[in-house]
Design a protein around this ligand. Structure first.
Ligand SMILES: [Zn+2]
Length: 254
Protein backbone atom coordinates (compact mmCIF):
# COMPACT_ATOMS: atom_id res chain seq x y z
CA UNK A 1 0.00 0.00 0.00
CA UNK A 2 2.78 2.42 0.75
CA UNK A 3 3.72 2.79 -2.90
CA UNK A 4 0.17 3.15 -4.03
CA UNK A 5 -1.32 5.42 -1.41
CA UNK A 6 -2.16 8.81 -2.93
CA UNK A 7 -4.08 10.53 -0.13
CA UNK A 8 -1.93 13.61 0.20
CA UNK A 9 -1.84 14.29 -3.50
CA UNK A 10 -5.51 13.48 -3.89
CA UNK A 11 -6.94 15.93 -1.42
CA UNK A 12 -4.53 18.34 0.22
CA UNK A 13 -5.77 19.76 3.50
CA UNK A 14 -7.38 23.11 2.91
CA UNK A 15 -7.10 22.80 -0.83
CA UNK A 16 -9.83 23.66 -3.24
CA UNK A 17 -9.99 20.34 -4.95
CA UNK A 18 -13.34 18.78 -5.50
CA UNK A 19 -13.86 15.14 -5.16
CA UNK A 20 -16.61 12.82 -6.25
CA UNK A 21 -16.80 9.33 -4.95
CA UNK A 22 -18.69 6.47 -6.42
CA UNK A 23 -19.29 3.86 -3.78
CA UNK A 24 -20.43 0.48 -4.92
CA UNK A 25 -20.74 -2.48 -2.64
CA UNK A 26 -20.46 -1.52 0.96
CA UNK A 27 -19.04 -4.84 1.92
CA UNK A 28 -17.10 -7.68 0.44
CA UNK A 29 -19.92 -9.90 1.60
CA UNK A 30 -22.12 -8.79 -1.28
CA UNK A 31 -23.26 -11.09 -4.06
CA UNK A 32 -21.43 -11.47 -7.35
CA UNK A 33 -21.76 -8.26 -9.30
CA UNK A 34 -22.64 -10.04 -12.48
CA UNK A 35 -25.75 -11.48 -10.89
CA UNK A 36 -27.61 -8.19 -11.10
CA UNK A 37 -29.30 -7.28 -14.36
CA UNK A 38 -28.95 -3.71 -15.63
CA UNK A 39 -31.31 -1.24 -14.05
CA UNK A 40 -32.05 -3.36 -11.03
CA UNK A 41 -31.50 -2.37 -7.49
CA UNK A 42 -28.46 -3.54 -5.68
CA UNK A 43 -29.06 -6.48 -3.49
CA UNK A 44 -28.39 -6.23 0.18
CA UNK A 45 -25.58 -8.25 1.59
CA UNK A 46 -26.78 -10.63 4.21
CA UNK A 47 -24.46 -11.16 7.10
CA UNK A 48 -24.96 -14.05 9.43
CA UNK A 49 -28.00 -16.26 9.70
CA UNK A 50 -31.16 -15.40 7.87
CA UNK A 51 -34.09 -17.26 9.32
CA UNK A 52 -36.52 -16.01 6.71
CA UNK A 53 -34.42 -16.81 3.67
CA UNK A 54 -35.98 -20.23 3.25
CA UNK A 55 -39.43 -18.73 2.84
CA UNK A 56 -38.29 -16.76 -0.17
CA UNK A 57 -35.94 -19.22 -1.80
CA UNK A 58 -38.57 -20.02 -4.42
CA UNK A 59 -38.50 -16.40 -5.62
CA UNK A 60 -35.82 -14.58 -7.56
CA UNK A 61 -35.26 -10.89 -6.77
CA UNK A 62 -35.89 -9.99 -10.38
CA UNK A 63 -39.35 -11.57 -10.05
CA UNK A 64 -40.26 -9.54 -6.96
CA UNK A 65 -38.43 -6.23 -7.37
CA UNK A 66 -40.54 -4.93 -10.23
CA UNK A 67 -43.54 -2.60 -10.47
CA UNK A 68 -45.44 -5.37 -12.22
CA UNK A 69 -44.89 -7.80 -9.36
CA UNK A 70 -45.98 -5.21 -6.83
CA UNK A 71 -49.11 -4.33 -8.81
CA UNK A 72 -50.03 -8.00 -9.14
CA UNK A 73 -49.23 -9.06 -5.60
CA UNK A 74 -48.41 -6.15 -3.30
CA UNK A 75 -48.67 -8.28 -0.17
CA UNK A 76 -45.94 -10.70 -1.25
CA UNK A 77 -43.56 -7.98 -2.38
CA UNK A 78 -44.19 -5.90 0.73
CA UNK A 79 -43.51 -8.83 3.03
CA UNK A 80 -40.32 -9.65 1.15
CA UNK A 81 -39.12 -6.10 1.64
CA UNK A 82 -40.16 -6.13 5.29
CA UNK A 83 -37.71 -9.00 5.80
CA UNK A 84 -34.99 -7.21 3.88
CA UNK A 85 -35.53 -4.06 5.90
CA UNK A 86 -35.17 -6.04 9.09
CA UNK A 87 -31.83 -7.38 7.92
CA UNK A 88 -30.58 -3.98 6.76
CA UNK A 89 -31.47 -2.50 10.13
CA UNK A 90 -29.16 -5.03 11.79
CA UNK A 91 -26.16 -4.30 9.56
CA UNK A 92 -23.71 -1.74 10.89
CA UNK A 93 -21.53 0.52 8.73
CA UNK A 94 -18.03 -0.87 8.25
CA UNK A 95 -14.53 0.59 8.14
CA UNK A 96 -15.02 1.56 4.50
CA UNK A 97 -18.04 3.69 5.34
CA UNK A 98 -16.13 5.33 8.18
CA UNK A 99 -13.18 6.12 5.92
CA UNK A 100 -15.47 7.90 3.46
CA UNK A 101 -16.94 9.94 6.29
CA UNK A 102 -13.41 10.99 7.26
CA UNK A 103 -12.56 11.82 3.65
CA UNK A 104 -15.63 14.02 3.32
CA UNK A 105 -14.73 15.90 6.49
CA UNK A 106 -11.33 16.87 5.12
CA UNK A 107 -12.38 17.58 1.54
CA UNK A 108 -13.90 20.98 0.66
CA UNK A 109 -16.24 19.62 -1.99
CA UNK A 110 -17.20 16.00 -1.71
CA UNK A 111 -20.02 14.04 -3.24
CA UNK A 112 -20.71 10.40 -2.48
CA UNK A 113 -22.61 8.64 -5.25
CA UNK A 114 -23.87 5.21 -4.31
CA UNK A 115 -25.77 2.39 -5.91
CA UNK A 116 -26.43 0.83 -2.52
CA UNK A 117 -29.98 1.01 -1.17
CA UNK A 118 -29.16 0.23 2.45
CA UNK A 119 -28.66 3.83 3.60
CA UNK A 120 -25.50 2.83 5.45
CA UNK A 121 -23.45 5.77 4.16
CA UNK A 122 -25.83 8.24 5.76
CA UNK A 123 -26.03 6.16 8.92
CA UNK A 124 -22.23 6.16 9.10
CA UNK A 125 -22.23 9.96 8.92
CA UNK A 126 -21.72 10.81 5.25
CA UNK A 127 -23.61 14.01 4.47
CA UNK A 128 -23.57 14.73 0.75
CA UNK A 129 -24.90 11.41 -0.54
CA UNK A 130 -26.62 10.71 -3.85
CA UNK A 131 -28.49 7.41 -3.76
CA UNK A 132 -28.84 6.45 -7.41
CA UNK A 133 -30.98 3.40 -6.66
CA UNK A 134 -32.98 4.88 -3.80
CA UNK A 135 -33.20 3.75 -0.20
CA UNK A 136 -34.88 0.58 0.99
CA UNK A 137 -35.95 2.18 4.27
CA UNK A 138 -37.92 4.94 2.57
CA UNK A 139 -41.65 4.60 1.93
CA UNK A 140 -43.05 5.90 -1.33
CA UNK A 141 -46.54 6.09 -2.76
CA UNK A 142 -46.89 3.54 -5.55
CA UNK A 143 -49.15 5.89 -7.55
CA UNK A 144 -47.56 9.28 -6.96
CA UNK A 145 -43.97 8.38 -6.20
CA UNK A 146 -43.80 10.86 -3.34
CA UNK A 147 -41.89 10.06 -0.17
CA UNK A 148 -44.19 9.28 2.73
CA UNK A 149 -43.59 9.28 6.41
CA UNK A 150 -43.30 5.68 7.56
CA UNK A 151 -46.81 4.44 7.27
CA UNK A 152 -48.77 2.53 9.86
CA UNK A 153 -48.40 -1.18 9.40
CA UNK A 154 -51.40 -3.12 8.23
CA UNK A 155 -50.88 -6.81 8.94
CA UNK A 156 -50.69 -8.79 5.73
CA UNK A 157 -50.76 -5.85 3.33
CA UNK A 158 -48.82 -2.73 2.45
CA UNK A 159 -49.96 0.46 4.19
CA UNK A 160 -51.90 2.96 2.10
CA UNK A 161 -50.91 6.45 1.05
CA UNK A 162 -52.90 8.90 3.18
CA UNK A 163 -53.42 11.22 0.20
CA UNK A 164 -54.48 8.94 -2.63
CA UNK A 165 -55.00 5.52 -1.08
CA UNK A 166 -52.47 3.74 -3.28
CA UNK A 167 -50.32 1.08 -1.63
CA UNK A 168 -47.00 2.10 -0.13
CA UNK A 169 -43.85 0.74 -1.79
CA UNK A 170 -40.20 0.79 -0.78
CA UNK A 171 -38.24 3.73 -2.19
CA UNK A 172 -35.85 1.74 -4.33
CA UNK A 173 -35.37 1.61 -8.08
CA UNK A 174 -36.88 -1.61 -9.33
CA UNK A 175 -35.96 -3.65 -12.35
CA UNK A 176 -37.31 -1.93 -15.41
CA UNK A 177 -37.54 1.48 -13.71
CA UNK A 178 -35.49 4.54 -14.57
CA UNK A 179 -33.09 6.04 -12.09
CA UNK A 180 -34.31 9.22 -10.37
CA UNK A 181 -33.48 11.95 -12.94
CA UNK A 182 -32.39 14.51 -10.36
CA UNK A 183 -30.03 12.05 -8.68
CA UNK A 184 -28.51 11.11 -12.00
CA UNK A 185 -28.12 14.76 -13.05
CA UNK A 186 -26.48 15.63 -9.73
CA UNK A 187 -24.15 12.64 -9.98
CA UNK A 188 -23.06 13.56 -13.48
CA UNK A 189 -22.54 17.21 -12.54
CA UNK A 190 -20.36 16.25 -9.55
CA UNK A 191 -18.45 13.82 -11.73
CA UNK A 192 -17.66 16.40 -14.39
CA UNK A 193 -16.38 19.02 -11.96
CA UNK A 194 -14.30 16.82 -9.67
CA UNK A 195 -10.52 16.63 -9.59
CA UNK A 196 -10.42 13.15 -8.12
CA UNK A 197 -12.96 10.38 -8.63
CA UNK A 198 -12.86 7.22 -6.57
CA UNK A 199 -14.60 4.17 -7.98
CA UNK A 200 -15.10 1.83 -5.05
CA UNK A 201 -16.24 -1.74 -5.10
CA UNK A 202 -18.32 -1.50 -8.23
CA UNK A 203 -18.11 -3.76 -11.24
CA UNK A 204 -18.41 -0.78 -13.59
CA UNK A 205 -20.67 -2.71 -15.91
CA UNK A 206 -24.15 -1.55 -14.84
CA UNK A 207 -25.23 1.60 -16.64
CA UNK A 208 -25.65 4.44 -16.24
CA UNK A 209 -23.37 4.49 -13.19
CA UNK A 210 -20.70 2.56 -15.09
CA UNK A 211 -20.15 5.57 -17.34
CA UNK A 212 -19.41 7.98 -14.50
CA UNK A 213 -15.70 7.21 -13.96
CA UNK A 214 -15.13 7.44 -17.70
CA UNK A 215 -16.91 10.80 -17.73
CA UNK A 216 -14.58 11.90 -14.93
CA UNK A 217 -11.55 10.79 -16.93
CA UNK A 218 -12.81 12.62 -20.00
CA UNK A 219 -13.21 15.77 -17.90
CA UNK A 220 -9.60 15.53 -16.76
CA UNK A 221 -10.01 14.04 -13.30
CA UNK A 222 -7.74 11.46 -11.76
CA UNK A 223 -9.64 8.22 -11.21
CA UNK A 224 -8.72 5.86 -8.40
CA UNK A 225 -10.27 2.42 -8.53
CA UNK A 226 -10.63 0.31 -5.37
CA UNK A 227 -11.76 -3.22 -6.16
CA UNK A 228 -10.45 -6.71 -5.44
CA UNK A 229 -11.16 -7.64 -9.05
CA UNK A 230 -10.32 -5.99 -12.32
CA UNK A 231 -13.17 -4.24 -14.11
CA UNK A 232 -13.66 -2.51 -17.47
CA UNK A 233 -12.33 0.63 -15.77
CA UNK A 234 -9.06 -0.87 -14.56
CA UNK A 235 -7.12 -0.39 -17.78
CA UNK A 236 -7.91 3.33 -17.88
CA UNK A 237 -7.93 4.21 -14.18
CA UNK A 238 -5.18 6.56 -13.05
CA UNK A 239 -4.48 4.36 -10.05
CA UNK A 240 -5.80 0.89 -9.26
CA UNK A 241 -5.82 -0.24 -5.64
CA UNK A 242 -6.74 -3.92 -5.58
CA UNK A 243 -8.61 -4.90 -2.45
CA UNK A 244 -11.87 -4.63 -0.59
CA UNK A 245 -13.19 -1.19 0.31
CA UNK A 246 -13.25 -1.98 4.02
CA UNK A 247 -9.54 -2.77 3.93
CA UNK A 248 -8.16 -0.33 1.37
CA UNK A 249 -10.07 2.84 2.23
CA UNK A 250 -8.91 3.09 5.87
CA UNK A 251 -5.33 2.81 4.60
CA UNK A 252 -5.96 5.35 1.87
CA UNK A 253 -7.56 7.90 4.15
CA UNK A 254 -5.25 7.24 7.07
ZN1 LIG B 1 -50.36 8.67 -2.94
Amino acid sequence: MSAAGPPQGACPPGGERREATLGGDHTAAGPPQGARPPGGERRVATIGGDHTAGLWSQFRPEDLATPEAFAANPKTVWEWYAGRRERVAKVAPNAGHAALVALEQRTPHFTLITQNVDGLHARAGSRNVIELHGNIMVDRCFAEGCVLTPAEEIPGAPPRCARCGAPVRPGVVWFGEALPPQALDDALAATKRCDVFLSIGTSNVVEPAASLPFAALDAGAAVIEVNPERTPLSARATIVLPGAAGEVLPLLVG
